[in-house]
Ligand binder design. Structure first.
Ligand code: SF4
Length: 215
């Protein structure tokens, strides 16, 4: 990697880590997603159930097969043919009470807040309460200065790319920007800002990676 870019990513990542620690999160910075994957595997005990948030970052790390291979029960609602089937609904429900919830986040502010917008709510709910432990992995591309830029990032980058991924076309796809739509295809339904480590998690680990990961 270009050393100047590497410096920028590390500087930004470490600033976010320090801000997160001040809000009682357990946070650390690593250079590569391979290092992040090793940490995830170390942090998840064999045999426990692992809920997976809707996350391109987590799938991109290719950690789910490793977890399954060593005996972890992986609760992944992306495995069903339909996102709206009864089976899919039950998987999303089971994520709420898993042992470890593994996810990314749509944005992290340099003030140490996690910002997310969900269409279904299972990911943002599990990030706030339910599982015993949370592990969040995020590339430095998710770091933004403040709450306003976090919401803008999600509407301008996260939503269109995820909609493209699932072949959905809410009005922002044609407009090229968020138009605060009022249609059934709207994916921006539940917005959360996690201001401080949620108290009922035994551990809330945030791993920031010095790469661009996910949307
Ligand atoms: S509110 Fe509607 S138009 Fe705006 S980003 Fe969300 S889905 Fe797209």
């Amino acid at each position: 990697m270009d050393p100047v870019m590497q410096w920028y990513m590390e500087d930004r990542g470490k600033r976010a880590v320090e801000a997160l620690k001040k809000r009682e999160f357990n946070a650390l910075y690593v250079e590569t997603q391979l290092q992040a994957k090793e940490i995830v595997l170390q942090e998840i005990p064999p045999g426990v159930t692992v809920g997976i948030g809707g996350s391109v970052t987590i799938r991109g790390m290719k950690v789910l097969d490793d977890l399954r291979a060593r005996g972890n029960k992986v609760i992944d609602h992306w495995v069903t043919a339909s996102l709206f089937s009864e089976e899919n609904f039950q998987l999303r429900r089971a994520q709420q009470t898993c042992d470890v919830f593994l996810s990314s986040t749509n944005a992290i502010t340099l003030e140490g807040q996690l910002v997310n917008i969900d269409g279904g709510g299972n990911r943002v709910n599990a990030l706030g309460f339910g599982p015993q432990k949370a592990i969040v992995v995020a590339g430095v591309n998710k770091i933004v200065p403040d709450l306003e830029s976090a919401l803008r990032r999600i509407r301008e980058i996260t939503v269109p790319l995820n909609c493209r991924r699932i072949n959905s076309s809410p009005p922002c796809i044609a407009a090229g920007k968020c138009v605060d739509c009022r249609v059934p295809l709207r994916v921006c339904r539940i917005t959360t800002i996690i201001e401080w480590k949620p108290p009922f998690f035994s551990d809330y680990l945030i791993v920031i990676v010095g790469e661009n990961l996910g949307y």
